[in-house]
Write a protein that binds this ligand. Structure first.
Ligand code: M6R
Length: 614
């Protein structure tokens, strides 16, 4: 969480940093601030709330500078107010610093610094960094970059840091450990730094993804130099960004979330493009091809993920176990990493993460790796930390997902897991070539079927209007539709703040049924398939308690239509692929309810897109 951005060069820094902060606002929006260097002076502007507050405030001043650092905060230590906003500045006003991550030993460092006369203004963990750098610089008579390098030996925790000093107006210094940092090399001898590539792509496509415990020293005359924290110089590995600027715009939609929901026919297609051939009857995820045998022979596959990605993992468990008959366990990364799990060398651990930066998922992988397991990744963000630490992986190719609520990333993850299940099943011989053909043909038809689901938007909007004032909601599904129910409930609560629970439909009678009354909407996935009749029985149980049933059914269904208060039809498809279609009405429903309730759809309260703290 928290977004950081910096610029040094011949252009005006403030507009670049401000625009970058707007792009990174999905990472946190509790406060925003900038520090700029101009004519040997360091000026700092910071404001609680969104980047627009900072913009309003800062534009009342005559702001300029050739170098600037900016920060948008997701509060961990201290309230979201002006004082706790970054940048934090040394007591003599010479050094300013921004930070994403958590300094775990900040309390002991703070006490030591206070005993040496340092006065703290904020409640943040970050402020210790700037005083520590200042202290080391003065005591050891070294410049602030060297002081930062030494300081990092005393720091426990995660960080992406950028610092500037008015005593070195031509320099920026940056460091990272466990929090992402991308460096852009401009065409004009200028340099950019940011938590991800989105603030940089407009200016350059030449980037360096900084590695853990690397320090970048950028000097306008000497250029970029990269070191490890042991002070050994390294050669920067320059990569070409594949991101396109248009992907970062709303493209005429009112919200990023709506745009991303509507992108799904394309994003699902991009996800399986080149990875299957129905006529020739093959499917392959090139990135992990050399690990197919390892997965087939594995003791078990362990999927680690958080939030929506964890829901995708549950769909994957259903698919891989059923089709490929391989034992799969799906774990919350945050629980897995702390419960001393039993991991064998012949386990394969697969992380699923849109951002590729989720701290718990990253830590779970590191743990698995330390125990000798093979680690694989399914990520959306190219070049992200998870994609770099894993032995191999597959990208979802969904394009940038900017709305905090995950939509197209989920369907991308489920698509990859479907391809994986089919690959393993075919190779292992647990499905016939003819089943493979049928499944691949069905998968190829999914993008058009998602388009047809999107055509029901007006109907879904009407349903949203009926239930927008609900205070509670229940989502029910069976088999691979159970994770879809969980995902539907998560979408509703995170953007509309209505309490919602996802449940296996049959579990309802073991507790949640007590909640049902005539005001309670119950969203049920009741599509044709093995458990259709069972779900119909669960619907009857709800109706007997006067609950309101909104059912997702297969086109042409008559039975559930008679029982339900509302139905939303989705095209017929293979039962394994239902999650790819049934998720979409729930996304639209949550979207419309949130809009009708006046909620900030793209940036829901208290959330951040990329959870880089545990
Ligand atoms: O980037 P990741 O997929 O690792 O993120 C995991 C969760 O934080 C994320 O899915 C979160 O639950 C979304 N806001 C849900 O919409």
């Amino acid at each position: 969480m928290c977004g950081i951005v910096a610029y040094i060069g011949k252009k005006e820094a403030f507009p670049i940093v401000l625009k970058g902060l707007k792009r990174l606002e999905y990472r946190g929006y509790d406060s925003a601030g900038v520090a700029l260097l101009s004519a040997g002076e360091l000026s700092v502007y910071k404001r609680a709330g969104k980047v627009s507050n900072l913009e309003d405030f800062a534009t009342q001043h005559n702001i300029s500078g050739h170098a600037g650092i900016g920060h948008t905060r997701w509060a961990t230590h201290g309230l979201p107010n002006d004082t706790n906003a970054h940048p934090h500045v040394s007591m003599d006003g010479s050094i300013a610093l921004i930070h994403n991550g958590i300094i775990e030993n900040y309390d002991s460092l703070r006490k030591e610094l206070i005993s040496e006369g340092y006065v703290f203004k904020s409640e943040t963990d970050t402020e210790v960094l700037v005083h520590l750098v200042d202290n080391i610089s003065k005591k050891e008579n070294v410049w602030f970059g060297e002081a930062l390098r030494i300081a990092l030996h005393h720091v426990v925790g995660a960080y992406a840091i950028v610092a500037i000093s008015k005593n070195y107006p031509n320099r920026l210094v940056a460091a990272r450990k466990s929090s992402p940092l991308v460096l852009g090399i401009g065409t004009d001898g200028d340099f950019y730094l940011a938590s991800d590539a989105t603030p940089i792509v407009e200016y350059t496509k030449q980037v360096v993804y900084m590695e853990d415990e690397e320090i970048a020293v950028i000097d306008l005359e000497e250029g970029l130099k990269l070191y490890n924290i042991g002070d050994q110089q390294k050669t920067p590995y320059i990569q070409q960004l594949e991101l396109e600027l248009e992907a970062l715009e709303k493209g005429g939609y009112e919200h990023f979330m709506l745009k991303e929901i509507y992108e799904q026919p394309r994003s699902i297609l991009d996800c399986f493009r080149g990875r299957l051939n129905t006529d020739e009857g093959w499917v392959s995820l090139r990135g992990i091809r050399e690990y197919e045998d390892k997965m087939i022979q594995a003791n078990r596959l362990i999927i680690v993920a958080c939030g929506t990605s964890w829901h995708a993992g549950l769909v994957g468990e259903y698919l891989i176990e059923d089709l490929a008959r391989i034992n799969v366990e799906v774990e919350y990364a945050s629980e897995f990493r702390y419960r001393n799990p039993i991991i064998h060398e012949n386990d394969v651990v697969i992380a699923i993460s849109q951002s590729g930066e989720t701290a718990d998922t990253l830590a779970a992988l590191e743990l698995a790796k330390s125990k000798g397991a093979t680690i694989l990744g399914i990520c959306n963000v190219v070049g992200s930390s998870i994609s770099r630490i894993t032995d191999a992986g597959s990208y979802t190719h969904a394009g940038p997902e900017i709305g905090v609520a995950s939509t197209k990333a989920f369907t991308g993850q489920v698509t990859i897991l479907t391809l994986l299940a089919l690959t393993l099943a075919h190779k292992k011989g647990t499905i016939t070539t003819s089943v493979l053909h049928t499944m691949l043909a069905e998968l190829e038809a999914i993008p058009n079927k998602v388009k047809r689901v999107l055509e029901t938007n007006a109907h879904i909007e009407k349903i949203a209007n009926t239930y927008k004032d609900a205070t509670n909601a229940l989502y029910l599904g069976r088999g691979s539709s159970f994770p879809v129910a969980l995902e539907g409930a998560l979408k509703l609560k995170e953007i509309s703040y209505i309490h919602a629970e996802g449940y296996p439909a049959a579990e309802m009678k073991h507790g949640p049924i007590a909640l049902i009354d005539e005001n309670m909407p119950i969203f049920v996935i009741a599509t044709q398939g093995n458990s259709y009749e069972k779900v119909v029985s669960n619907i009857q149980e709800v109706k007997a308690r006067k609950g309101k049933i909104i059912a997702i059914v297969t086109e042409g269904d008559v039975h559930v239509r008679e029982l339900a208060d509302e139905v939303i039809e989705i095209p017929e498809t293979n039962e394994y692929l239902v999650p790819l279609l049934a998720t979409v009405p729930f996304q639209l429903l949550s979207y419309h309810i949130a809009v009708m309730r006046g909620c900030n759809v793209d940036q829901p309260r208290n959330l951040a897109k990329s959870v880089t703290v545990e």
